[in-house]
Write a protein that binds this ligand. Sequence first.
Ligand code: UDP
Ligand code: MG
Length: 345
Amino acid sequence: MNHSSELPTLSMVVPLLNEEEVIETTYATLKKYLDHLGETYELIFVDDGSTDRSRAILAALATIDRSVRVVVLSRNFGHEMATTAGLRHARGRAAIVMDADLQDPPEMIARFVAKWREGYEVVYGVRKERKGESFLKKATSYVFYRLVARIADVPIPADTGDFRLLDRRVLDVYRRFQEEPRFFRGLIGWIGFRQVGIPFVRHCRAGGRTKYRYSRLLRLAFDTITAFSTLPALIVTLTAGSFALASFAGCAVAVLLWMFGAMVMEGWMWASLGFLLLWNVQFLSLAVLGEYIVRTHRHAQRRPLYIVDSILEYEREELEAGTRHDAEMTATLVCHPSELCEIRR
Ligand code: UDP
Ligand code: MG
């Protein structure tokens, strides 16, 4: 941002952890692209509990450049929370989230902004190629994204990262989310509005090493599936249901055969039938409990019930205060017969 009193058009949000090798290069590169863009901007770096010189470097940048703001977290809260913190501090009319290692090409910023100007509220990068990443990482993420795309309750486009632009309307909704753990890309997919992807090639890191170990990726994958899909619980319920049906039918047939003298039932057979029935009742009870837990879990996420994009009607008065519901986020599009549409928030 050029003048601290004015709100910037664009907020760049860069979460980072121990990135002393790259911060200065990233800063200089971003400045170059942003100055060229001709929009007012602010650079928000979120220090996610770095233990190297990152904080000192950021502090130095903030003292020489008024467009730099540094949000220092009290410890390492993880990439998703660092991103959330940065977005909450963003004051721009749109924000772009970007990694600190220049794997996300800054030349995409101008293209994101152009799409935003066309009216898209979310513009995300789609990785067509990933340089400098191991075969195992590429293969696991390939499978993960396709699995998530299939089972998630909301559209989560494949091969997208956090590198994306969010309009102020999306930012305002996102800041209301309370859920933890959270999967940023999933929640943005949940929010909806007009979204568009632009393909790009992901570069190698400009320096330093990845902060994501496989254990952390596994955790993220598990959190994502449980936050955005109820399919695992449904699989348990269906399995328990089919087992129960088959075993109840089997028991009934055995008893009938025994009653009509077609089968001799020995003591151990009765005992086995008893255990089978008991085991199935237990499995079924677990599945039922699981279904209730899913509901509790959904409630605990406390997402808004729905988000209104726009209300199209002629009478402006009818839309005045009082018609808004608590659990409803509104960004209203009021259409007058003789005027162009205007966005009201
Ligand atoms: N990061 C963070 N907190 C963490 C881990 C990572 O803020 O706990 C930052 C990291 O500094 C980088 C971005 O998140 O700016 C992406 O991390 P990284 O490059 O290590 O992930 P990769 O690109 O290898 O998936
Ligand atoms: Mg990276």
